[in-house]
Structure formats: C-alpha cells, structure tokens
Design a protein around this ligand. Structure first.
Ligand code: GLU
Length: 546
C-alpha cells in the first residue's frame, strides 16, 4: 500500500509504535510471576462464570506474587450499557477480588498501563493497525454489509464454510488504484487482517486447562478495525495483552476456536502470545440432565441473583472455590479458620472438559456453615445491610427490634462448638422467625391433629395445664420436669428409654407433649430449642399463646 493511501486512511496524527512501546515497557517480573486479567464487556450483566474466571485469574496471579488487573472491553459500543462498569467493579469488590490495576467504579483508570478501558485506547490500536497495513499484513475492505450477507447466503446454499477467505475475500487483492478510487469516492471501509493460514492444514494449540487441541489453521481475513475506528475484540485483546504484559489468559470456552487466529495476530505483530486456558461453562442439572447454565433461562446465571436473595458473600466465594478445585472441601476441613483466599488453588486441577456443576444444595450447606460461624450481631448487621436495599420495610422492623432479634439469633448459637445450622440466606430470616412477632404469627391447631395423634381439645387441655405452671425463669431442667409431669398425667411416657422398651404401653412420649407446646408457641412442629424460644419471647407472649 502506498504512503499516499495510508495517509488517506489514517489522516489524523497517531503515536508511533516506538512511542507506545516506550510508554508501556515490559513488566519487571521475577521468574514464575504471572500476570492475569479479567476482561469483561460492560453489558450490565455479570455472569456467575465471570466471577469464577476472575477468582481463578486473581489466584493464579497473586499466588505467584504477580499482577492481576481489570480491563473493560467496550469496543462493541452497541452492547455498552450505562452503569455497567460499576456493576463489574461492585461484583469484584463484593467477593473480595482485588485488581491491582484497572478501572474503579467511577470509571477512573489506575495503574501504569492505563487506560484500561478499550474505547480510550483507540489511537493505540490504530497505530498498530496502521503498522500492519504498512507491512502488507492488513488491507482495507469496502464490501457493504449487504454484499457480505449475500455472500454468506451463497456459501450456506453451496454448503461452504462461511466467512471472508480465499475466493470470497473480494478486497484482499484490490490494486492500489482501486483502493484509491474507493477512498476518493468516500466509500466506507474496515481494515481486515491478511491471514497467512491455510484451512487445510492443522495445528496443535496448547491449552492450559484442556491440554493439546488439534485445530485447523485460521484462514479468515477477520476485521481488525471497524468502520467506527474501534478494533474488534480479537485485535484489541492482542494489542492489550501484549502491552499490559499478560502472561496467562483464562477465559471462557467460546474463545477456543479463535486461538489459531489469535496466535496469527501475535505473530504478525511480532509478539509472544500469552498462554491460554479455556474453562468450560458452568452447568446445572435440569430434570436429571446436565446443561449449560443459561443467561436467558436461569436467573442464577446473573450474579445479582445472589445479592437479591442475600447469600453471604463468603459463602458464594467458598462455593466457587469448591467448583474450581474439588480438593477445596478437604482443605477446608483441615483449615476451618483460614480465609478461602488462603486456599492453594491448583491450576492443573480445574475441571476443564465438562463445566463444573452448579448445585444449590451444596451452596446452601456451605452457606449454613458460614452463617453458623458468625456471631448473632454479625448476622444481624449483615441481614440489616441487605434488607436496607432489598426489603426496606423489614429493615425498619429490624432496627426497631434490634435486641429482640439479636437474642432470637443467639438461640443455639455456640460458635466454635455446635451451632444450629438453619439460616441459609438473608432473605430467609424474615419467614424463619416470623412467629416471634405477634402480627406475623399464625397457627392452626386443627391442622396438627393428625400429625400429633391428638384431638384439638386434648391439645388445648395440655396447653392450659402447662400455662398454669409455666414460669419464664425456670431453668431448662425445671421447665422440662413440668412437661414430663403433664406427659405422665396423660398417659405419655416420661422417659424415652421406657417408651422405646414398650411403646404400646403409652399414648406417646414426652416429646409429643413438647411438640404440642411447640405448636402453640410457634405454630410449627419444627423449631429451635423450645425452652430458649420461650425465654426469648418472654412471659407475656408465651402465656398469651398457651
Ligand atoms: N471481553 C471478552 C468477553 O467478555 C473477554 C474474553 C477474554 O477474557 O479475553 O468474553
């Protein structure tokens, strides 16, 4: 391409490649130090897989004493959503994932390789695109989108591979005169990469997670600079990962097929490509079958789902570590008090071929464990902070009943010993403890007659007898002796041992009587320790319910 053509295509002054390289010198890394990044597009949607990838990348870098950074890939301006960078930054911060360099939630760049927002790096990409043009490794394409659509249809009809290659690459061999005429006529253009590949030939790519993959070479002359002057993802990531010194790229499976192209781009630009590792998308069980977690159909694909439901951040992080390395669970058992980030993540043990299975049951059991280790006040503050955003009316109730709710949360909470594990997520607290409040307490004695093998009248009689002797100051023993006395009087075994030896001799046992009282007090047959509940509720409320 003649200098005249190049000047016409790039009329504005651009920094020289040498200037750019001098401004962004290679990182001074010690042997073994890794540089990774997370590079989301600001679409307003943060996939839970994005947090998974960010955690892997962050650990890989920081475990090696290297650098982890955040880059905002917004070259597709049509997909860009207002406020999306904030969503990305908040998501990372929420889960304790700290980027050493990147962009903050207000869109400010920080770090030596700034800017980290691709749309602010337009001139850098153009400088390298111009260089490829000068070296004959790129060319302008004037094909209109209708022409390309038509071409695709013809390819489809003839059973040909779709794309801009070989005889379909119409603009690849335009003469300088033709190019000049088109430019002079003001025809819009894009810049295409002149692929050196041959689709008949195969190559082996070494994937960090998947191992060796045998693939055909790339022969597509893909667009590197679009009509709006911005680069495509392929080109931009190559320029950025070179300049920003990325050593390891961990990204979704959907990019595996682009690796042959990406390697060509790095070679054309005269650079060493980073190592690539592609993880398979998270899966879920759907009617017994595994399938990919879908952005469209599964609300839990969106990280905000977990905020709205009030899953403790720590629980989600623990759970994702579990998904990354199955050995996390064993490590956690032997290191119960360490932070999840202390886990020595093993890069080679990441599930690769099939995606990790996202399973709520497991998440819930981890969440219960995490919450059981918190103090009542910590739980209170966490639920309150959550409710302020997601349930303002409940937040108000909490603030008006701080002491009462804290003592409710303290029931069977013995940190370090055996704590009750029932609360799964902040959203559940309201219904879990609704019976502690008179306005949300509901009870239908008749509905329990079958389950408790007693008539409603019998149950009422038992409640009345207990009411007559109840004293809120009784210790648990005295309290229980009173229940036993009622049990004996009604033909129920007072000792479990006696009952087990000869069940037919009794109508039931003392726990059935306690259950009657539980129904009167809580409206349920399952609850935490009943003596503790009564103490927390206080004399008046208990007597009113009996
Ligand atoms: N912007 C790309 C995406 O969101 C990033 C892929 C990569 O990590 O290189 O899929």
């Amino acid at each position: 391409m003649t200098p005249e053509i190049i000047a016409k295509m790039f009329p504005n002054p651009l920094p020289s490649v040498a200037e750019i390289e001098a401004k962004y010198p290679p990182r001074a890394l010690q042997p073994g130090q890794k540089v990774t990044r997370v590079a989301p597009s600001p679409t307003g949607f943060m996939h839970i897989g994005g947090i998974y990838a960010a955690l892997v990348s962050e650990r890989v870098a920081h475990q090696s004493g290297g650098v982890f950074f955040l880059r905002i890939e917004d070259t597709d301006q049509k997909r860009k959503v207002e406020g999306a960078t904030e969503v990305i930054c908040n998501s990372l911060a929420r889960y304790g994932i700290v980027a050493d360099e990147g962009v903050d939630k207000d869109g400010h760049n920080y770090g030596p390789y700034a800017p980290y927002i691709q749309s602010e790096r337009k001139e850098i990409y153009q400088a390298y695109a111009k260089k490829l043009l000068e070296e004959g490794l790129a060319y302008p394409c004037f094909c209109a989108s209708e022409d390309l659509d038509l071409m695709r249809k013809i390819q489809e009809k003839q059973g040909q591979r779709p794309g801009y290659y070989g005889k379909y690459a119409h603009c690849r061999n335009l003469s300088d005169d033709e190019v000049l005429n088109n430019l002079n006529a003001g025809k819009p253009w894009v810049l295409r990469f002149k692929s050196p590949g041959n689709n008949e030939k195969r190559m082996v790519i070494k994937d960090l997670l998947k191992g060796d993959i045998n693939m055909p070479e790339n022969d597509l002359d893909i667009v590197i600079l679009k009509g709006d002057g911005l680069p495509t993802y392929h080109f931009a990531h190559a320029v950025d990962d070179h300049l920003m010194g990325t050593t390891h790229v961990i990204r979704g499976d959907e990019w595996v097929s682009s690796v042959p192209l990406h390697i060509q781009l790095f070679v054309a630009l005269g650079w060493k490509a980073p190592k690539y590792g592609h993880y398979a998308p998270l899966q879920k069980l759907d009617n017994g079958n595994k399938r990919k977690l879908s952005k469209r159909h599964d609300p839990e694909a969106n990280i905000m789902y977990f905020w709205e439901k009030g899953y403790p951040e720590e629980a989600l992080v623990e759970y994702i570590f579990n998904l990354i390395n199955a050995s996390f669970e064993d490590w956690r058992r032997t290191n119960p008090d360490k932070k999840a980030f202390d886990f020595p993540l093993n890069f080679n043990k990441i599930s690769n071929t099939a995606g990790a299975l996202f399973d709520f049951q497991k998440l819930h059991s981890i969440s219960k464990e995490v919450i059981a280790k918190m103090t009542a006040s910590e739980v209170f503050e966490s639920v309150l902070a959550w409710a302020k955003t997601y349930r303002p009316a409940y937040a108000e109730r909490m603030q008006n009943n701080r002491e009462y709710i804290t003592s409710i949360l303290n029931i069977e909470r013995n940190i370090g010993k055996k704590s009750r594990k029932d609360l799964v997520k902040w959203e559940d607290l309201e219904s879990d403890i609704s019976y502690f409040f008179d306005d949300t307490f509901t009870r239908d004695i008749d509905s329990f007659t079958e389950e408790l093998h007693l008539s409603a009248d019998e149950m009422k009689k038992i409640a009345e007898e207990f009411k007559a002797v109840f004293d809120v100051n009784d210790d648990k023993n005295t309290w229980f002796e009173k229940i036993k006395a009622i049990a004996g009087k009604h033909g129920f075994a007072t000792e479990m041992k006696a009952y087990k030896e000869n069940p037919s001799a009794y109508k039931g046992n003392v726990s059935d009587i306690a259950n009657v009282l539980r129904v009167f007090i809580t409206g349920r047959t399952q609850s935490p320790d009943l003596h503790a509940i009564m103490s927390v509720m206080g004399s008046e409320r208990v007597l009113n319910r009996l």
